[in-house]
Every structure is written in C-alpha cells, then in structure tokens.
Write a protein that binds this ligand. Sequence first.
Ligand code: ATP
Length: 300
Amino acid sequence: LAQLFRPLDLLGMVYRTIRQGAIDMASMFELIDTPPEVTDAAGAPALLVGRGHVRFENVRFGYEAERPILKGLDLDIPAGSTVAVVGSSGAGKSTLARLLYRFYDVDGGRITIDGQDVRAVTQASLRAAIGIVPQDTVLFNETIGYNIAYGREGAGEAEVARAAEGAAIAGFIARQPDGYATRVGERGLKLSGGEKQRVAIARTLLKDPPILILDEATSALDSRTEADILATLEAVERGRTTIVIAHRLSTVVGADRIVVLDEGRVAEMGSHAELLRRDGLYAAMWARQAAERDAALAAA
Ligand code: ATP
C-alpha cells in the first residue's frame, strides 16, 4: 500500500512546489512586471545619482488607454526626505512606485531623479539606485544567509551579518540551530510576516540605495511588531529619499509629509495634524478608520 501511495505523495509535493512557485511569482510580479515595451533608449547613459531628488511632473498614466489612473500628478520629493502616500484603495499609490522604477512608461509628463528623466537612462542603473521593501517578501527555499545576501551580488558574510543587525533580525538568526545556514521555506524554517519583512529590510541595507520605496504590508502585524518594524525602518530611511506607500493610516501619523492621492492627482499634502485641521479627505479617512477600529474593538 505504501508503494501505491508514494507516487501520489510525490505528485502532491510537485503540486505544492509548483503552487508555491506560482504564488511567489505572483507576488513578485505584482510589482516586478516588466512589459516588453519598456526598453533602454539607444545609447542611454547610466543614471548619475547625486542625493536622490525625485520629481513627478504633470504625470499622466493608465494601464489601459480608456481608464486613466494618474491625471497630471505633481509631486516633489526633496533629496533625503520621506513622504507617505495615502489614498483610497485603487487610487494609484503602488502605480507611483512602478512608474518610478520604470516598469511602465508615463503617458504624459515626466519623472526625474536628480534632473534626469527616468526614460533617458539605463534601466539597470535606475534600478540599482532604488531599493524596494515590498508588501510580501519572496523568500527562496535556501538558507537565511542566502536570502539576505540576495540584496547584493557578492556580499560577504560580515556584510550580511551587519545588514541583519541593522534590520534587527540578527538575534533571531543566532537563535536558530544552524544560524545563517538555516534553511527557510516549505521544508525549513517558517518566517512570520514581520520576520520576512526584516529579511527584506536587510536585503535593502546591503543594496544601500539612495532612494527607497516602502510598500507597507496591508495585513496588520500585531501592534508591537509593527512599532518595532517602524522604528527599524526609520533608521533605514535616514539620509535616503523615501516613498512610503501606506495602505493604513495608523502607520503614517508620525510622517512629516503625507500626500493624499485622489482622482489621479495630489489632493492634499501636510503632516497628520495639518491634514486633520484641514478637515478634508484625509480627516474623513482618519475618522472612518477610527470608527472601524472602535467597532472591531467593541466586537472583540
Ligand atoms: P491599494 O491600496 O488597494 O493597494 P493602490 O492605490 O496602490 O491600491 P494601484 O495598485 O496603484 O492602487 O492601482 C491603481 C488602479 O490601477 C487600480 O484600479 C487597479 O485595479 C489598476 N491596476 C493596477 N495594476 C494594473 C494592471 N497591471 N493592469 C490593469 N490595471 C491595473
């Protein structure tokens, strides 16, 4: 009987592996979806990054011609500063990040980094300048050390350890039986959402890019983990131009500059306190989320 079941087991394993692969690919391609029409211009030079001043100038874009998503968006992000982008679901927050990374080209207007149009430089140099901490980190069925070192080709053990330290995951790794050689994934160590995010942060620290995109996890981490990760991220953001794509408002309260996207444009901009005083879209979103939180608490 056992022999009869072995092939089925194997089939099950193959199926699970493929399915897992498909899920990983799906989450990766949510952001990393390079359409073939985006190519380097002939003789394009490499991006010369200074401090990383990012500008969106009158940017127009739609995935389909008949459905514009961004309708003349202006956003100036001074070098080294952080902006948090908020807006209703589908407002185009992640689209901003995809355009900056040039997964797609704008239909009108332009995006510049230190004065250079992202379409005029090589994609390789553009992408080397931008680090992304995604919502869902793709981990390989490999060692945890490999998963961190993936941030930069040729990174040495000491650098990997330093990055893990900076991402506050070194202690967790030290507690694993095989340390950095501990395997993760399907058949190895399962990492929590917060731990996976720390691996992504460590990868980004290794890459050391002047520009950072943080695509905040949509599913709530427990509040202590969330506070710990926010503190770690604050240290990573220092000195880098950072765009935080915020799907929940609770995490942007401390941001200096919050940008509210609506109808394909920047509708409001300011700190949390300023935007509450303004009593506009942000204040309404805040009131709605507070009411939802209270209702959830009351139901618990
Ligand atoms: P959320 O907070 O829900 O993640 P978001 O503000 O980040 O939303 P985007 O992911 O930027 O929203 O999407 C903006 C709009 O573009 C949505 O209506 C979405 O359905 C659409 N869209 C996103 N990606 C594609 C695509 N590859 N093809 C067609 N439409 C897309």
